[in-house]
Design a protein around this ligand. Structure first.
Ligand code: CTP
Length: 416
């Protein structure tokens, strides 16, 4: 069994948070709050223009540290060199079109751009601008230049922009920015653009099978692992279709198409319609194996004469159906949340499931080891049909997602 690499146990890291001069700067106050609450030391470096949107006292109060912005402040400490040299991550949000241009050209005309030149740690730029600016050939070229150099330029979200405009270029939600930053702190090479030109379908959440108008059979899946898979795939360049069952409290991943479903039969229909055009399908959803045979149209009343009013029938197995009609070259990944029992441990159950289902890869989670359901971290094993088994290190669900995509990419045939 191969080991996928250690996670640093100490979560406290040094982050430089650069703020560009855009209205979305106000949303980054929440990013800062979340990063400091996670125990990180965050040095805020706003541009002069950024300070016209949100003032230095706000950044100082939220970070608990003085704010640096001029090249000529604290000169004996050489901040234009030290900040970048000593950071574990430089995160810039919002990154304006102007900042992208200056970074692409290696300018050092303010403290933030000087910091970008001296940083040897991962750099994550989160753009926010109007759609016309994001799609302008000059910006497209600047993004390409930065990505070729290894800078992670995040995919912006689509939606409401300043004023009445709507389109691509919206700053992703703070939780999503923090998730990407946390992922890069765990694994600097987690977001290559190796899914560019690929279409992936991911299922997430847990289906609900109605019993009557007020009750359903459900499960504990929150959808967070499926959303992390979607988020990481979109940031690695994929076109993402996310089929989501009961994930209302999660933010749509930037750049993904989200299709909401409720029951196992809804999920079957949507996944089987999207899958024929996909390069990879990942079934992270917890699909109910059974549903009430005959859901009542009125609320079922308890009755001593009928103490057991439920009769169940088997639901379709979406994964098995997918595998039966999959196009050549498509990579299919299943998930299995297992508990051991008196006869077999979790891994033995996982190996048997991989053989029974016939998918290419199976992620096995041990239920009850603190991961899997309703939490932000996960761990497990990645089993391949060729017998290779990797233990996945404990970490955020986006970290597990990054290892799953590595394995998928390794199996994809070169695109024509
Ligand atoms: N799955 C599916 N359709 C179902 C049940 C499961 O597509 N009706 C998929 C899940 O999304 C997951 C994989 O199959 O990727 C394994 O799910 P799991 O519930 O662990 O497998 P089951 O075959 O239902 O086996 P068990 O008897 O252990 O529940």
């Amino acid at each position: 069994m191969t080991q996928a690499g250690p996670v640093r146990p100490d979560p406290s890291r040094r982050i430089v948070l650069g703020i560009g001069g855009g209205i979305a700067a106000y949303k980054v106050c929440e990013v800062l709050r979340r990063l400091t609450e996670a125990g990180h030391e965050v040095r805020v470096v706003p541009t002069e223009t950024a300070l016209r949107f949100v003032g230095a006292p706000t950044w100082e109060a939220l970070s608990g540290l003085p704010v640096h912005h001029g090249l000529f402040a604290d000169v004996p400490e050489v901040p234009h060199v030290r900040l970048g040299q000593t950071a574990d991550l430089v995160l810039v949000a919002p990154t304006t079109a102007d900042l992208l241009a200056r970074a692409a050209h290696g300018r050092a005309d303010d403290l933030l751009c000087a910091t970008l030149l001296t940083a040897r740690c991962p750099v994550l730029l989160v753009p926010a601008m109007h759609t016309e600016m994001w799609e302008h050939p000059a910006t497209v070229h600047n993004v390409e230049v930065l990505r070729c150099r290894g800078t992670v330029v995040a995919q912006p979200a689509s939606g409401r922009l300043t004023g009445a405009d709507s389109g691509a270029g919206r700053l992703p939600e703070p939780a999503e920015i923090v998730e990407l930053a946390t992922l890069l702190l765990h694994r600097a090479d987690a977001l290559p653009r190796d899914l560019t030109g690929r279409h992936v379908v991911i299922s997430a959440g847990g289906t609900h099978e109605p019993l009557d108008p007020v009750r359903y059979l459900g499960n504990r899946s929150s959808g967070r692992q499926g959303y992390a898979l979607a988020r990481v795939a979109a940031q690695r360049g994929a076109q993402v279709t996310l089929v989501a069952a009961h994930t209302a409290d999660l933010t749509d991943p930037a750049g993904a198409e989200v299709i909401r479903v409720s029951t196992a039969r809804d999920m079957r229909k949507v996944v089987l319609t999207a899958a024929p055009h996909a390069d990879a399908v990942v079934m992270a959803a917890a699909v109910a194996d059974f549903r009430p045979a005959d859901p009542a149209s009125d609320k079922i009343k308890k009755s001593p004469s009928d103490p057991d009013p439920l009769s169940l029938v088997l639901n379709p197995d979406v994964l098995l159906e997918l595998l039966r009609c999959r196009p050549t070259g498509q990579v299919v990944v299943g998930f299995a949340a297992e508990t051991g029992d008196s006869e077999r441990d979790v891994l033995t159950h996982g190996r048997a499931k991989l053989a029974r289902k016939g998918c290419d890869l199976l992620v096995v989670n041990a239920v009850g080891r603190g991961g899997a359901f309703e939490v932000d971290h996960n761990t497990g094993w990645l089993l391949s049909d060729d017998g290779v088994e990797a233990e996945l290190p404990e970490g955020p669900k986006s970290l597990l997602a990054s290892y799953v995509w590595d394995a998928v990419v390794a199996r994809l045939e070169p695109s024509s």
